[in-house]
Design a protein around this ligand. Structure first.
Ligand code: NAD
Ligand code: MG
Length: 282
């Protein structure tokens, strides 16, 4: 029988909280070999300081891309990611700020352009979640914050990025398995993740004639700072998937590489489901 979702914390999450991140998430497999799939490309990754975004950043760097990372407040995490990128022989620009602000989204894209001369891959990935037991507990402030954090910036930053994206470039959006199967304790969060799926499909149609591809990844339970920061008990996190464990960020990065590079040249408007084997439709 399927286990219920995790018991939610009553407190607000603390993004970037690392003290319960044991064991440390795996960012990239030691034996992952880059083959210049993103050579001379420039990528901007929101929420690239930690978790899935950090893994994407390091994979892209190993494939030859320079990276701009947008993050909210976690300087230590962001600097650690930067070091990993530099170790791969690539450049990294850290951009700190709040994606809820449209002006900041535009500023972030402009900074990337000023530093690197352009943009080829936009990865929309930043998000927050505030688990609650029932709809009654989701007040207006939480609802606004969840939508303003998880979906508004997709419109703001993508609009700014389109100034620079060209034929062959791509956009990758991070949704969630909760968009497809729902989640008892994440009513507002899962709604934003569903919006991301629809946004991806619609935008892919808008941009197809320019040959700018728009795809996404829908992760299942992945071991990142978001998880111990928002759930009380993480002891059986991911155990109810067919593969019987949580995924590592290192198992996500390669899918983003695939969607970013020419290998996926005939794919747009689609999602890759990296969720330990849960069957979902769509
Ligand atoms: P994470 O906490 O490591 O990364 C999220 C990052 O988003 C944070 O580091 C933070 O800097 C950034 N962020 C949040 N609000 C922001 C704001 N207002 N402005 C700028 N930056 C902001 O967590 P993660 O698990 O790697 O999450 C990455 C993505 O994966 C999210 O979209 C999340 O919804 C999705 N996801 C995660 C899981 C999972 O189990 N970890 C499952 C499904 C989907
Ligand atoms: Mg973080």
């Amino acid at each position: 029988m399927k286990k219920p979702d995790k018991f939610p914390k009553q407190n607000q999450p603390q993004p970037g909280k690392q003290n319960q991140m044991q064991p440390e998430p795996e960012v990239i497999r030691e034996n992952y070999r880059g083959s210049n799939k993103l050579k001379n490309k420039i990528a901007l990754i929101t929420g690239g300081d930690s978790g899935i975004g950090r893994s994407v950043a390091v994979h892209f760097a190993r494939e030859g891309a320079d990276i701009a990372i947008v993050y909210l407040s976690e300087d230590e995490d962001a600097n650690k990611t930067k070091k990993m990128i530099v170790k791969e022989g690539q450049q990294c620009l850290l951009i700190k700020g709040d994606l809820k602000e449209e002006d900041f989204c535009k500023e972030a894209i402009d900074k990337c352009k000023d530093q690197f001369g352009g943009l080829n891959v936009l990865v929309n990935n930043a998000a927050m979640q505030f688990p609650k037991d029932s709809l009654k507990e989701i007040d207006g402030n939480q609802l606004r914050k969840t939508f303003e954090t998880n979906i508004y910036p997709y419109f703001f930053i993508t609009k700014a990025a389109l100034e620079y994206l060209n034929d062959g470039d791509s956009i990758i959006n991070t949704s969630s398995v909760t968009a497809y199967r729902g989640s008892e304790h994440l009513l507002d969060y899962s709604s934003t993740k569903g919006a991301i799926v629809s946004f991806t499909r619609s935008l892919s149609q808008t941009l197809a004639k320019k040959n700018i591809r728009v795809n996404g990844v829908a992760p299942g339970p992945i071991w990142t700072p978001l998880i111990p920061a928002t759930f009380d008990d993480v002891s059986d996190f991911g155990q109810d998937t067919p593969l019987g464990r949580a995924g590592q960020p290192s198992e996500l990065g390669p899918a983003y590489v695939f969607l970013a590079c020419e290998d996926s040249s005939y794919i747009t408007g689609q999602f890759i489901h990296i969720n330990g084997g849960e069957m979902i439709s769509g």
